[in-house]
Write a protein that binds this ligand. Structure first.
Ligand code: FPP
Length: 249
């Protein structure tokens, strides 16, 4: 049993769930069955985060680049997402979990988008935890979209160029209102950010594990949190300065 300190929990955990394909290959089954097993790991991690009191969990479920995958795989991922929403809605409600999304959800298949909007709407008032799904999401695209919105608002006289700073810029991102991740986990032994939350992870603690996403367990999550809890987050300051200041965890 891995010990974690409930007083030093990351407020926001983000996960790049990688390795479904390799897990399937290892078990000599099709990639889609790997994704299906990956969806089970999603359930485990959502439950565990809710149970220990993590407030925000962002999962990279479908990147903008994933649209280039074979049509059959894209279809299967869409179906899996829809199935997940249908199956999990009751539990999300019972557990007080609000569902939000980041990314260009207008590109999702209409049926999936409808279901998503429905679940987002019906969980709107839940306040125990936010489950934030990154869907059709790309970090660079998010930043470009924010810049375009700012230019537009500047043209309409809604924002003055001198008002743009780190805080106001953040309000134009998909993640507006959501604190930056404290901990980013990537599974499957890849050491990349892959266009995920580029702006938001400036001071995020990174944790990489060899475990393939479908094999990722509660204990693996706790290991990542325990590793995070051993670190000193300095945000560019010295250790001495930190002692005089207080940061969220
Ligand atoms: C990366 O593995 C994973 C994805 C592209 C999709 C993630 C989707 C799920 C975990 C299941 C559905 C999600 C929800 C929220 C219900 P990969 O296919 O790139 O693996 P590989 O690198 O081993 O090929």
């Amino acid at each position: 049993m891995i010990k974690i300190d409930s007083n030093k929990l990351p407020r926001h955990i983000a996960i790049i769930m990688d390795g479904n394909g390799r897990w399937a290959q290892k078990h000599t089954i099709g990639r889609i069955r790997g994704h299906r097993k990956g969806a089970q790991a999603v359930r485990t991690v959502v439950r565990a985060c809710r149970e220990i009191g993590v407030k925000y969990l962002t999962l990279f479920a479908f990147s903008i680049e994933n649209w280039e995958r074979p049509e059959k795989e894209v279809q299967a991922l869409m179906l899996l997402l829809e199935e997940y929403l249908i199956k999990e809605i009751d539990e999300l409600q019972e557990q007080g979990i609000r569902l939000t999304t980041i990314g260009d959800i207008d590109r999702l298949h209409p049926q999936v988008r409808e279901k998503l909007l429905q679940v987002k709407e019906s969980t709107l008032k839940n306040d125990k935890m936010i489950l934030n799904l990154a869907l059709s999401y790309g970090g660079k695209d998010e930043i470009i979209r924010a810049v375009k919105k700012i230019i537009e608002e500047n043209k309409n006289g809604k924002i003055d160029i001198n008002e743009i700073n780190k805080e106001t810029f953040s309000n134009y991102l998909y993640t507006c209102g959501i604190p930056d991740p404290d901990l980013l986990i990537r599974t499957s032994g890849e050491y990349r950010i892959s266009n995920f939350m580029l702006w938001q992870t400036a001071y995020t603690e990174l944790y990489f594990t060899e475990v393939l996403w479908p094999d990722f367990t509660r204990d693996d999550l706790f290991k990542a949190i325990a590793s995070y809890q051993k670190r000193e987050r300095r945000f560019g300051l010295t250790s001495e300065q930190l002692k005089e200041k207080s940061f969220p965890n």
